[in-house]
Design a protein. Structure first.
Length: 499
């Protein structure tokens, strides 16, 4: 099944194709037609399933179908996407821009911890799509710097995390002020009583979709941490590769500069390695990938964004040379291995600077990762953590410290250009690469229709028969434990930090 038959426009298909997506994931197969239908949607999907494109593509399609506003007429906000964390907001808006690169729609992202004025300016110029965290959105609503009276589509992304993080009151306050006639999409990895209540009050006869994580569930992947000193990481990596005679090792670094340097050092160690990242030309990336695939290149060093276009699954070895700043990226990275029962392992070389990042990851995946110290590489326990630099590894950079805003200012897209650099880690844009099937996304079940419980005067519905039937989605998924609050976020109304 390709993207062509899902009812998306040429412009969207072109963008998707350029990003290297060839096969829609199960959530995309189900969500795209459902959203295009105009009805509400309740989707059970975790990060890593391709859910962002699952709602972004049909939203872009729907919005682009309306005639563009006449010259000089300000664009009203027509779609609002709420996310629990700043990082997710930035990533989602990056996806909006990437998928909408051939459309004339505009988008912006807004979250707390950064100046509000650039956000106000963006709103004043007019945007079609706003991606926001709830706290900062409320600030705008209270200051009347955002007009949502023309809103057509609302998305609550990772709704369970939003509730775990205490955003329910903020969300309710936002919902109360939105125009009642709109399309609502709710995405959640888990379905607690609280989510069910929210879904009941928000959604009108929603289509119900549930997919499993990518087959490479976090549970199924052998994961290990090797504690090591920061300046011994390269040596340890060389040791592991040589000792075990590893081939097809995908190594992740946080920065483009780090990727280049590591590839050079490995090459000096006699291990064939190339780096791919946003500063590399498409032809260099394609060449590196081809060599990696046919096993002439032993190691591919990649940044998170560059790795998105890599169409190789079931890699035997994924190594996190640096832990990612965003915990979700860890899940994406390790999802490259161990798919569909293939053996694979994901190793992380973790130094003292990264202990907080590790905690965030373990909280997100809700399990501790086993640790193994390699003989000869025992970490010096007296070493003090040092701040992790953000842009490149050049001197004097900002701290990556927890709670620090990860993005200078919100971006506004004009619908052109490639996805830009990920906001914080200095990775280049790109996301290109060739091929890319995101394979291994396992569809667990298609679930049925919930009874209409809420109602918000929404648009006419398709006949019941056109939707999957039943209401099992809301039945009995375990409530997430431990809060899942990894990553920075805007503080809910009860606390005023970071807004
Ligand atoms: P998400 O679950 O939305 O966070 O997406 C997880 C990752 O899958 C992101 O890196 C996307 O770029 C990538 N992705 C989404 N859809 C596809 C697809 N159809 N084929 C390949 N990769 C995809």
């Amino acid at each position: 099944m390709s993207f062509d038959s899902l009812g998306l426009s040429e412009s969207l298909l072109r963008a998707v194709n350029e990003l290297g997506y060839t096969v829609p994931t199960p959530i995309q197969l189900q969500a795209i037609p459902a959203v295009l239908n105009g009805g509400d949607l309740l989707a059970g999907a975790q990060t890593g399933t391709g859910k962002t494109a699952g709602f972004t593509l049909p939203i872009l399609q729907r919005l682009s179908e309306a005639p563009a506003p006449a010259a000089g007429v300000k664009r009203p906000v027509r779609a609002l996407i709420l996310t629990p964390t700043r990082e997710l907001a930035a990533q989602v808006e990056e996806s909006v821009r990437a998928y909408g690169k051939y459309l004339k729609l505009k988008s912006t992202v807004m979250f707390g911890g950064v100046g509000i004025n650039p956000q106000i300016d963006a709103l004043r110029r007019g945007v079609d799509i706003v991606v926001a965290t709830p706290g900062r959105l409320l600030d705008h609503m209270q200051q009347k710097t955002i007009d949502l009276s023309k809103l057509e589509i609302l998305v609550l992304d990772e709704a369970d995390r939003m509730l775990d993080m205490g955003f329910i009151h903020d969300i309710k306050r936002v919902l109360a002020k939105l125009p009642p006639k709109r399309q609502n999409l709710l995405f959640s990895a888990t379905f607690s009583e609280e989510i069910k209540t929210l879904a009941d009050s928000l959604l009108d006869r929603p289509a119900l979709i549930e997919v499993a994580r990518r087959n490479s569930t976090v549970e199924a992947i052998a994961q290990k941490i090797h504690p090591v000193d920061r300046d011994k990481k390269r040596e340890l990596l060389t040791h592991l590769i040589r000792q075990n005679n590893w081939f097809q090792v995908l190594v992740f670094t946080r920065t483009k500069h780090g990727a280049n340097r590591l590839a050079e050092q490995l090459t000096k160690d006699g291990i064939s390695a190339l780096a791919i990242h946003g500063n590399k030309s498409q032809s260099a990336r394609t060449r590196a990938l081809a060599e990696f695939k046919d096993n002439t290149l032993q190691v591919l060093v990649a940044t998170d964004i560059a790795a998105r276009g890599i169409d190789i699954d079931q890699l035997p070895h994924v190594v996190n040379f640096d832990l990612p700043n965003v915990p979700e990226d860890y899940v994406h990275r390790i999802g490259r291995t161990g798919r569909a029962g293939a053996t694979g392992e994901a190793l992380s070389l973790v130094c003292v600077d990264e202990h907080q990042l590790l905690k965030d990851i373990e909280r997100l995946i809700k399990r501790p990762i086993p640790q193994e110290v390699i003989a000869g590489f025992e970490p010096d326990l007296t070493q003090k953590p040092e701040p992790i630099l953000r842009r490149g590894q050049g001197g004097g950079g900002a701290r990556q410290g927890q709670g620090a805003p990860r993005q200078g200012a919100p971006k506004q897209s004009n619908g052109g250009g490639r996805p830009s650099a990920k906001p914080t880690n200095g990775n280049g844009g790109g996301g290109g690469g060739n091929g890319g099937n995101g394979g291994g996304y396992g569809s667990r079940s298609q679930k049925p229709v919930a009874a209409k419980t809420g109602g918000n005067g929404s648009a006419p519905r398709k006949p019941e028969g056109s939707r999957p039937a039943g209401a099992a989605l809301l039945g009995g998924k375990p409530r997430s434990e431990g809060g899942g609050g990894a990553g920075r976020r805007d503080t809910p109304r009860t606390g005023q930090r970071g807004r």
